[in-house]
Ligand binder design. Structure first.
Ligand code: IVH
Length: 665
């Protein structure tokens, strides 16, 4: 098959699989197979740049190059909706509507009000050409490269009778699962966590690096096609058509022929909204017929043909009984309030988060206070206020603890940190157990060992650190409660298998603070072995893309600790993978004695790839140009200072292709 044919075939297949997976939720092939097709396509497109297509599914992986967002004027201003909070106001809306239309009855469409970020998508000849944020309603930011990474947004519409050019609007949001995973990752790398999924979605959409956006599981529901009055007679019809063109249309839409049906829809979702995998903050009620919408028109701010019924904030008032302090896997201490049980959004709540010492100080909270609790996007409710007028004089303020409730060590709070930490990493029980849980987790060593089993082994003194796993025998295990011969053997086998887990995951598994999955991969690819990483200086570390001072210091601190080195030595003894296997570390010595500086962004390779290639061919990477530099490898957007310096010193500046030539000869 000619490359062009294969490329077109792959695009078509990937588009279909994408649609089945992300729009219909009915995948036909495994993730692995999908990735394989995608890699084949990306490789072919690299080989044949003349066949590039901005609507190719390969665009979904984004790019590491910084986007700049240009401002674009909306064809139709992006208005907001009138908000109401009561049934009476909905009745008023209905009355006004019927009066204006001289009608006894109006048909409405009820939809969920998705709590995300609104987006306008423009299509020309069936292709996504532009995605623009709401902005101030008149003008928004062009975020097309980011929107293209959202798998449920079609880049290419299904063939059919869609208009040549049209605009469709919807809401980009982050489902709960993705939100929690994203925050867990941020906590691990020391980045501030997002307060709720809406902020996380909005922050992600504004990220300049679309490759990063591609890694976030953003989703998009479409709900409005402005300006298509000639094509359809009702809103409902337009939405059904959009579904046929390939858009993800929410299944939670209802045609209502009277107000009672509208209220039933509201009541249903007010109760059931916690069961949805994403946040909603109300219900949108829209007049269905376009003809009627046109007669009703717009005010300066919002359409007169629609209204949003907002759910009441889910708050309750109760009494603060006491405060507990929980010590997490990283040693972070979280204050948790014990409350007089109270009903909130259908569940009985008796605990709420107090976040950190600052929050306690801000609320000036006392034991026995009447407090307001609120349920937002998070699982555990939070305390948002204190009723000072209800406070009696004898109540005592909450004083943040000074010692770890688990091991008694004095807590520390570093500058710029919101949280207190227990610094006793090696002997504080929850930290030990937490580290063991992390070590066995799926993305780390993938050892099939449940939390309860870790607890049991720890309590029996069989497990104090990760290296102890590799001394466990089936004979020891069967002596324990709940262990049968079979389960004991399974665990031992699973531990044995973990010795094949690649180095980057071992590095992630040992739990260096701020070294999450992605950072571990970067470090492993750059340094290639535990030994090389151990010897790295802060300067060496911050040379690796996206590794900053904080991570570098944490890595250095980890290896400086003797107990950690003992652990690593025992893991080496046990036979774990301590170097990258997939890359040959010494491919040639073509570049021996040559120093390189790389700068800018490359077309076919990541910066790390090029650095690795330099090292594996015997060359050395330098961070700045000096008289010892032999070559500067320049990509797009190379810094002018570097270029000037190279020119001054007469150092040749070569391209990515020149470099590849150099190592292939
Ligand atoms: S229709 C002319 N439908 O709510 C206005 N909006 O407060 C057309 N929203 O900016 C908007 N879910 O971001 C519509 N089912 C839904 C919605 C929805 C959420 C958002 C949208 C809009 C805001 C208005």
């Amino acid at each position: 098959m000619m490359p062009k044919e294969r490329i077109l075939q792959l695009r078509d297949e990937l588009n279909q699989h994408n649609y089945r997976y992300y729009v219909l939720s009915q995948p036909e092939i495994s993730d692995m197979e999908y990735d394989r097709l995608m890699h084949e396509l990306i490789a072919l497109e690299k080989e044949h740049p003349d066949l590039a297509d901005p609507a190719s599914p390969s665009q979904r992986v984004g790019s590491d190059t910084d986007n700049t967002f240009t401002q674009v004027k909306h064809t139709y201003p992006m208005l907001s909706l009138d908000n109401t909070y009561s049934e009476d106001e909905v009745r008023d809306f209905d009355e006004r509507t019927r009066k204006t239309l001289y009608l006894d009855k109006v048909e409405y469409i009820c939809e969920l009000k998705y709590d995300g970020v609104s987006i306008s998508l423009q299509y020309e000849n069936g292709r996504l050409v532009r995605a623009v944020t709401r902005g101030d309603g008149e003008k928004g930011d062009d975020v097309t490269p980011n929107a293209k990474t959202i798998r449920s947004i079609p880049l290419l519409l299904k063939p059919g009778n869609h208009p040549d050019t049209f605009e469709i609007r919807g809401e980009i949001f982050l489902p709960h699962k993705g939100f929690e995973a994203m925050n867990a990752e941020r906590a691990e790398t020391g980045e501030p966590i997002f307060a709720n999924p809406r902020n996380a979605a909005s922050g992600t959409l504004k990220t300049k690096n679309s490759a990063l956006v591609a890694r976030r599981p953003l989703d998009c529901y479409l709900y409005y096609l402005p300006g298509l009055e000639k094509h359809f007679s009702t809103h409902f019809e337009s939405i059904q058509a959009a579904k046929e063109w390939g858009f993800k249309i929410p299944p939670y839409i209802k045609k209502c022929s009277n107000l009672d049906e509208v209220f039933a829809f509201i009541a249903f979702w007010e109760k059931e909204r916690d069961g949805l995998p994403f946040d909603i903050d109300g219900i949108v009620i829209k007049v269905n017929a376009y003809r009627q919408q046109q007669l009703l028109g717009f005010t300066a701010k919002s359409p007169r043909w629609a209204i949003a019924y907002k759910f009441k904030a889910r708050e309750a008032i109760t009494t603060l009984l006491s405060v507990d302090y929980q010590v997490g896997r990283t040693g972070a201490v979280t204050p948790v309030a014990n409350l007089e049980p109270v009903l909130l959004a259908g569940t009985r709540v008796k605990r709420a988060s107090l976040h950190n010492a600052d929050q306690i100080a801000l609320l000036d909270i006392h034991i026995g206070d009447k407090v307001t609790i609120e349920k937002g996007g998070e699982i555990i409710p939070k305390i948002t206020g204190v009723d000072l007028s209800a406070r009696s004089a004898d109540l005592k303020p909450v004083r943040f603890i000074e010692k770890c409730p688990e091991c008694g060590t004095a807590l520390v709070r570093s500058q710029g940190e919101a949280k207190h930490f227990c610094p006793n990493e090696t002997d504080c029980p929850p930290q030990i157990k937490g580290r063991l849980e992390h070590f066995v987790s799926r993305k780390a060593m993938d050892i099939g060992c449940a939390e309860a089993t870790i607890e049991q082994l720890y309590d029996h003194g069989l497990l104090k650190n990760a290296a102890d796993f590799y001394n466990l025998t089936a004979e020891q295990l069967v002596k324990l409660e709940r262990f049968a011969r079979k389960s004991a053997e399974n665990l031992v086998n699973s531990i044995e298998l973990s010795k094949q887990v690649p180095f980057d995951r071992v590095l992630y598994a040992i739990g260096i603070r701020y070294v999450g999955e992605t950072v571990a991969k970067k470090l492993a690819r750059h340094f290639l072995s535990m030994e090389a990483l151990r010897k790295a200086s802060v300067d060496d570390l911050i040379q690796v893309g996206e590794i900053g001072e904080v991570i570098a210091q944490s890595v250095i601190g980890y290896f400086a600790n003797e107990r950690n080195m003992e652990l690593i030595n025992r893991l080496v003894q046990a036979g774990l993978q301590m170097q990258m296997m997939t890359v040959e570390t010494n491919i040639s010595s073509t570049l021996h004695g040559k120093n390189f500086v790389i700068s800018g962004v490359f077309r076919n390779h990541s910066r790390e790839d090029i650095q690795q290639l330099i090292a594996s061919h015997g060359g050395k990477n330098q961070s700045s140009v000096n008289s010892n530099t032999q070559y500067v490898v320049a990509g797009d957007g190379m810094g002018p200072a570097k270029r000037e310096k190279a020119a001054k010193l007469g150092i040749p500046v070569i391209s990515e292709d020149d470099f590849m030539q150099m190592i292939s000869s």
